[in-house]
Design a binder for this molecule. Structure first.
Ligand code: NZQ
Ligand code: ZN
Length: 382
């Protein structure tokens, strides 16, 4: 185990069919609750009804309209409502965007300044309003981590910050049956890439973290065709949902190096073009693998061998085949693998390069991906 670490994940996970009803016993009594929602998918798939049923007798107000890639502009309205209604507890019902947005709302209700200041400087976050979630989209791990990613529409910026964990999260896999195929594909990709961001770094740091990560990736590869064939396959969706939570709740990160370059470059693309998170990551990841192949050589070989069974040829040939097979996997779930497929080109690459050079950004496990290296990665992703 390479590095010392501390680990604490306080979120209680409540998993399985029919578990939304448990809100009635899990939510604290005598609180003024704010229930936060996205754009309304919960009204079509029965989630809203189940939540209302469970909340009978509780004192609550609703906030609607937290959008994908949640913006501070929308969240300011939720914060104002929370302050006005003197809420003391928040329940997020939705995907990663609703849960992330709720983390900012929970941080900003007790804060006097503007919420964007907390995104830029999370050390300003004081005591937060406690919150919980009902997850409807497996992808981000937000249901069991303290991270959140917030966009600023006016500035075309998107940043991650860390605050605190949901007290509990309810995961009923049957609620995922209504997801559009594209969102499922993006969720699989996001999960897979969360694992890689914590795995595709340096070799020999922790055999347990390595095998744990490889296990999640192999499980996703096995599940993807089953889900494609039938997204109402409970066992497959349940397993995928658990993969997504386990990929970003700290369990694969103990004592090992982490990368996150793909994510931070991806956030810039989304900030500028509004592209969906998982789809964006796939494209950047392939560029990162190509440009960083020397630095990541040992781990790329291990990933190719253990996850895709690529064992023949020279090291270079095996790495080529590993990157190619990764691309085929994402193609097989219906995602684009090149920037040009999203009509994104050189102009965006230059903008991101300049942003990173101005901010003196240095990404990756070695802290050596600056604006110029980012340009190379994105050129390799064209
Ligand atoms: O808004 P509604 O109407 O609910 O529709 C949503 C939304 O349009 C829909 N949806 C969700 N559950 C559904 C459903 N439609 C039908 N049936 C269901 N059961 O799906 C659309 C996308 O939802 P969203 O919450 O945006 O997706 P996701 O969970 O992928 O979240 C993406 C956001 O999370 C951030 C991303 O950057 C992005 O902003 N991330 C958060 C992380 C974290 N907190 O740790 C880490 C991730 O790397 C990621 O960056
Ligand atoms: Zn992600």
């Amino acid at each position: 185990m390479k590095n010392n670490f501390e680990f604490q994940n306080p979120t209680k996970l409540i998993f399985g069919k029919g578990t939304i009803a448990q809100l009635a016993t899990e939510l604290p009594k005598n609180e003024r609750i704010l229930v936060t929602y996205g754009g309304g998918s919960v009204k079509q798939n029965g989630v809203y009804e189940q939540v209302c049923q469970a909340l009978k007798g509780f004192d609550y107000v609703e906030f609607w309209g937290i959008e994908p890639n949640p913006t501070v502009e929308t969240l300011r309205k939720a914060i104002a409502l929370g302050k006005q209604e003197k809420v003391t507890y928040i329940l997020a019902v939705g995907g990663g965007s609703v849960i992330d947005g709720t983390k900012l709302v929970a941080s900003a209700i007790p804060y006097d300044g503007d919420a964007w200041e907390l995104v830029l400087k999370p050390s300003k976050i004081g005591k937060m309003i406690p919150f919980a979630s009902v997850l409807t989209l497996p992808a981000t791990g937000s249901e069991m981590n303290s991270g959140a990613v917030i966009s600023n529409a006016e500035k075309q910026e998107k940043y991650a910050f860390f605050s605190s964990f949901p007290q509990f999260s309810i995961l009923d896999p049957t609620v995922t049956f209504s997801l559009p195929d594209f969102q499922i594909a993006c969720g699989i990709a996001d999960t897979f890439i969360h694992v890689l961001e914590q795995y595709l770094t340096l070799p020999g740091e922790s055999p347990l973290m390595d095998r744990w990560s490889e296990g999640i990736m192999q499980t996703l590869i096995e599940l993807a065709p089953q889900i494609k064939a039938d997204k109402t396959n409970y066992d497959a969706m349940a397993e995928f949902m658990l993969c997504a939570t386990m990929a970003l709740n700290g369990f694969t990160a103990m004592g090992v190096s982490q990368d996150w370059a793909t994510h931070l470059i991806g956030h810039e693309i989304t900030a500028l073009h509004g592209t969906t998170h998982g789809q964006t990551l796939v494209i950047v990841l392939l560029g990162t693998m190509k440009v960083m192949r020397e630095q990541k050589k040992a781990k790329l070989l291990q990933y190719g061998t253990r996850v895709f069974n690529i064992t023949e040829g020279t090291d270079d040939q095996r790495i080529d085949k590993t990157i190619e097979t990764t691309e085929q996997f994402f193609r097989s779930i219906g995602l684009a693998t090149k920037l040009s497929e999203l009509n994104i080109g050189k102009e965006t690459i230059t903008t991101i390069k300049e942003r990173f050079l101005n901010r003196d950004t240095r990404l990756g496990e070695a802290g050596n991906i600056d604006g110029n290296a980012t340009e190379e990665i994105l050129n390799a992703a064209l």
